[in-house]
Design a protein around this ligand. Structure first.
Ligand SMILES: [Zn+2]
Length: 130
């Protein structure tokens, strides 16, 4: 596997995706006894990647629990909350750097409403157009 966690996300969004992925791996291992991810968890991770790609804040995205935009549908939102509640406290030992970055990030204020076309997706598609 390449060191890039995502084929489409860059910068802070990729880091956030890595954090989510690590949390999902901890959760899946304990609950579904998979070393990678089971199909259900992989589907949720794919959904998270899509949401990150389309986040209107783009690179200035606040952490999800502070974000005023509720972009998850109710069902995946509940699933993700369950994963975060379980894995959040277990992240520090296996992933100290990701954990600390996430905690620092959570203390930042939510940025003002984003301008248009700042999402990773908009920038990505714009680049390929040129
Ligand atoms: Zn699983």
């Amino acid at each position: 596997m390449s060191s890039k966690a995502s084929e489409i996300l860059v910068g802070a969004l990729e880091t956030e995706f890595k954090t989510v992925k690590a949390m999902m791996q901890i959760y899946c291992k304990q609950h579904h006894h998979q070393d990678g991810l089971c199909d259900e968890c992989q589907a949720l991770l794919n959904y998270a990647e899509l949401r990150l790609d389309r986040c209107p804040y783009g690179q200035s995205k606040p952490t999800c629990n502070k974000c005023p935009i509720h972009c998850y549908k109710p069902e995946p939102k509940e699933q993700m909350k369950t994963v975060m509640r379980f894995s959040g406290p277990k992240m520090l030992l296996p992933h100290p750097i990701l954990s600390i970055r996430h905690l620092l990030h959570e203390r930042k204020n939510v940025p003002r409403k984003p301008d248009d076309n700042l999402s990773n997706r908009a920038i990505r598609l714009n680049k390929t157009k040129q």
